[in-house]
Design a protein around this ligand. Structure first.
Ligand code: SAM
Length: 288
């Protein structure tokens, strides 16, 4: 779920396991907020729409879809897919609890088994930049194939990710010079032209792609715990994984993460040790 480039055989004793539960606690309502601003750019969900929640994770995209039609009598059908069984298990629990009209399956976004022209809408919420092969172009080709004519896909990336910089600074401060950084190479996804190009390479016409930027304000857990969660989740994901020295340097890394978060644009301390951090999303909508 944390998209490691390398599977470490060693994990520092302080590291929290990167489970779907930790992910949900880490992102709080951030993913659902991101999904909400993203869905707002899609054509409205009319009666009878068939929506793909691609890389659904534990279900924030579906929750946002359902919130957008709350109180209406529109019938909607959702197909939710992901390659992570643990995430799908939590999705299913959420689907049952909230009575979502969704079918769930384990399916690679780059090799969808749905027939051509299945969906009116497709959503990939915080998915395309998480290590999909060939920058997500095969996945977006599959999305193009499975969209109905005039159907639309919404994908998002981060233009500003205030949680990644602090983790990279902590890695620089506590690891030998030259050690590969976690999430290195993610910067390209902040570039709107890069996102557009992925969609164009997948078959969407240039003038049928719209990209907008939206702020997403996220309330974090208590700052110390939040810093421990993001260092645990992302700190060991570089091409070298965790280092033995990360265990003895753990507290120092957490302090660097906290300091860098505090220095971030839009950071605000809230009551009870929690904080608010500002993300900026690129939201691309492409119509077939
Ligand atoms: C950052 S999470 C976002 C999950 C969810 N969309 C949300 O809003 O929280 C990225 C998700 O993409 C999934 N994923 C990564 N590669 C995938 C692939 N090739 N096919 C389908 N899902 C994939 C991961 O398992 C993970 O659940």
């Amino acid at each position: 779920m944390n998209a490691p480039e390398f599977k470490s055989s060693f994990t520092p004793k302080q590291a929290l396991a990167p489970t779907p539960q930790l992910y949900d606690e880490l992102v709080g309502d951030g993913m659902e907020k991101l999904a909400k601003v993203t869905i707002a750019e899609l054509p409205p969900f009319q009666d009878g729409v068939v929506v793909h929640d691609n890389g659904c994770g534990t279900g924030p995209g579906t929750a946002a879809i359902m919130a957008s039609i709350a109180g209406s009598s529109k019938s909607i059908s959702i197909k939710a897919t992901d390659i992570n069984d643990d995430a799908l298990y939590t999705y299913l629990k959420n689907a049952t609890l909230h009575k979502w009209p969704s079918d769930v399956s384990n399916m690679d976004a780059s090799a969808l088994t749905f027939p051509d022209e299945t969906f009116t809408h497709s959503l990939a919420n915080a998915v395309i930049f998480t290590g999909l092969k060939e920058d997500g172009i095969p996945a977006m080709k599959e999305t193009y194939r499975t969209l109905k004519s005039s159907g639309a896909v919404a994908v998002n990336t981060w233009a500003l990710t205030p949680s990644v910089g602090p983790v990279q600074e902590a890695a620089k401060a506590t690891r030998p010079e030259g050690t590969p950084l976690p999430r290195q190479g993610l910067e390209k996804w902040s570039d709107v032209a890069f996102v557009r190009n992925v969609l164009e390479q997948a078959g969407f016409e240039k003038d049928k792609i719209i990209v907008v930027q939206k702020e997403v304000l996220v309330a974090t857990a208590e700052l110390n715990h939040f810093a421990s969660m993001i260092w645990s989740f992302i700190g060991g994901t570089s091409a070298v994984g965790w280092l033995k020295s990360d265990e003895e340097n753990w507290d120092r890394a957490i302090e660097v993460v906290k300091t860098e978060l505090r220095n971030g644009e839009g950071f605000e301390e809230l009551k009870g040790g929690r904080s608010k951090i500002k993300f900026v999303a690129n939201i691309a909508v492409a119509t077939k």
